[in-house]
Design a protein around this ligand. Structure first.
Ligand SMILES: *[C@@H]1O[C@H](CO)[C@@H](O)[C@H](O)[C@H]1NC(C)=O
Ligand SMILES: *[C@@H]1O[C@H](CO)[C@@H](O)[C@H](O)[C@H]1NC(C)=O
Ligand SMILES: *[C@@H]1O[C@H](CO)[C@@H](O)[C@H](O)[C@H]1NC(C)=O
Ligand SMILES: *[C@@H]1O[C@H](CO)[C@@H](O)[C@H](O)[C@H]1NC(C)=O
Ligand SMILES: *[C@@H]1O[C@H](CO)[C@@H](O)[C@H](O)[C@H]1NC(C)=O
Length: 444
């Protein structure tokens, strides 16, 4: 969690020079004109009110858009037709399975999450939320120091269940969980396995109101019972219990701008001139499929009989989640949970009038709050979350046609330079490229 957001520090720096969205936290809620507090702790409208919007730190509980309920399904990646960019998605889970930031690339029936030089990688977040249930993902991780691959569940109040892989240790899956984003250094546990870069493994999270089980290739690697998480001070279970999105990501923990603890955890700074970069123009993690089985409870908690999940209380515990029939789709990037039709395009004029997306309508375009760094000593609670964050923008679907990808270090058909050229071209024209350029200027 948290540590991810620390890699946003570099982007937060850039955002100083851009129009900065106000920041938000549990003790500093968003103002009424930008009511939605994003996953990265900044206020805005539009996509700020969608996935990741924390109702507790927003202007009101209703500021965030209702969360599409769980759907049991297997997702594969023969193409990216069901992947929508975060600058396009407005909450209609019937039209998209994943919301992307960064550069996903379709390759041999898999999706590659890519991380080109000086980018912040790629994030795919599911459009529907799981309220307990079972999720498994089959994938190969990336590799190299500072390079982190992740498969996590993350709720809007920052309950989190993780698999994380640091690219310097291909023999361990790091399992972890957080209750409402509160750092706890004793929650991490390694599950050992064989070479995660060269082998597909199936990583599974089985989550019920009573326990979380992490399984790798069908073998139990770890079980955490709710009964072992009681906090007598706060009088509650410090156990993930709210609807969460599935997030697949590749991100650079090893950036000099990140906390030293994060860099150390990730095994050092990212080498932007590594063999993988030279061969393909980017680091990559290879995702084959994801299967979600909803929990199917017949009474709360853990149901999925309605249309959407909302919160009716600020504690963010499982008794404050309502499985109801509220709509989930915003009319435009100007809308919010309290006025979902704001900025609607008049029917008939189907194109052209949609307001363009800006830093205040799509979180991450200018980065977010640096948050806390669970791997450094100077932590403060409540930062945003793991995952990739991604600043970025626009996966171009055209990138799916990118050829010349070479798996591993086997003989490639193109020179490294040519491939690098391809990678850079894909970044060009994205809003993210502008941010990277700005950051580079500021670093001078
Ligand atoms: C898990 O593995 C990482 C990297 O190899 C190591 O730094 C960390 O201390 C291990 N964690 C535990 C709890 O053993
Ligand atoms: C238990 O709750 C208290 C009060 O909210 C908090 O300060 C403390 O860190 C929690 N304990 C653990 C182990 O997380
Ligand atoms: C919930 O029901 C769906 C549809 O019947 C099924 O596919 C899924 O496996 C069930 N989930 C669990 C966790 O039993
Ligand atoms: C979730 O809600 C149920 C029923 O209200 C309760 O029994 C259970 O303890 C809650 N789980 C957690 C983790 O708080
Ligand atoms: C939403 O905004 C539109 C456009 O300004 C306005 O006409 C409508 O009354 C608003 N709806 C609500 C529920 O405030």
């Amino acid at each position: 969690m948290v540590r991810t957001s620390s890699f946003l520090a570099v982007l937060a720096t850039a955002s100083l020079a851009l129009a900065t969205a106000p920041s938000c936290s549990l003790t500093q809620k968003c103002p009424s004109d930008t009511p939605c507090c994003s996953q990265y702790g900044q206020c805005g409208v539009g996509a700020y009110c969608l996935g990741g919007c924390d109702p507790r730190s927003s202007f009101s509980l209703g500021s965030c858009t209702p969360e599409p309920v769980c759907k049991s399904q297997t997702y594969t990646f023969e193409n990216l037709d069901r992947v929508q960019e975060n600058t396009v998605y407005l909450g209609d889970a019937s039209k998209a399975d994943w919301v992307a930031s960064g550069q996903p690339v379709s390759y041999q029936n898999n999706v590659l999450l890519t991380m080109a030089p000086d980018s912040v990688g790629t994030l795919l977040a599911s459009t529907t939320y799981m309220w307990y249930g079972n999720v498994k993902a089959t994938f190969k991780t990336s590799r190299g120091q500072g390079v982190v691959t992740a498969f996590i569940l993350l709720s809007d109040v920052k309950d989190e269940i993780d698999y994380e892989f640091v690219g310097v240790d291909l023999e361990d899956a790091q399992s972890n969980y957080y209750f409402q984003g509160i750092p706890n250094y004793d929650n991490e546990l390694n599950i050992s396995l064989s070479d995660t870069f060269n082998n597909y493994h199936t990583y599974e999270i089985d989550w019920t109101p009573d326990a979380i089980t992490w399984l790798v290739d069908g073998q139990i690697g770890r079980t955490k019972k709710r009964s072992d998480t009681w906090n007598a001070t706060s009088n509650q279970w410090m156990f993930p219990q709210t609807p969460a999105r599935v997030q697949l990501s590749l991100w650079p923990a090893g950036l000099a701008s990140n906390g030293q603890g994060t860099v150390d955890w990730a095994g050092g700074l990212v080498d932007w001139n590594s063999a993988d970069i030279q061969a393909n123009g980017y680091y990559y993690a290879t995702f084959e499929s994801v299967t979600v089985s909803c929990y199917n409870a017949t009474s709360s908690p853990g149901t999925n009989t309605g249309v959407s999940y909302t919160y009716n209380g600020y504690t963010g515990t499982n008794d404050t989640v309502v499985d109801g029939t509220d709509a989930t789709v915003l009319s435009s990037f100007l809308a919010t949970g309290t006025n979902m039709t704001l900025g609607a395009v008049a029917s008939g004029s189907s194109s052209g009038t949609q307001p363009s997306t800006t830093a205040e309508t799509v979180p991450g375009l200018t980065g977010g709050d640096p948050g806390v760094d669970s791997h450094s000593s100077s932590t403060t609670a409540g930062g945003s979350t793991e995952t990739a964050t991604q600043a970025s923008s626009a996966p171009s679907s055209s990138s799916s046609s990118s050829s010349g990808f070479s798996q591993g270090n086997s003989g490639s058909t193109k020179s490294g330079a040519e491939k690098l050229g391809v990678g850079q071209e894909q970044l060009k024209g994205s809003i993210f490229a502008g941010i990277v350029a700005l950051m580079a200027m500021m670093a001078l």
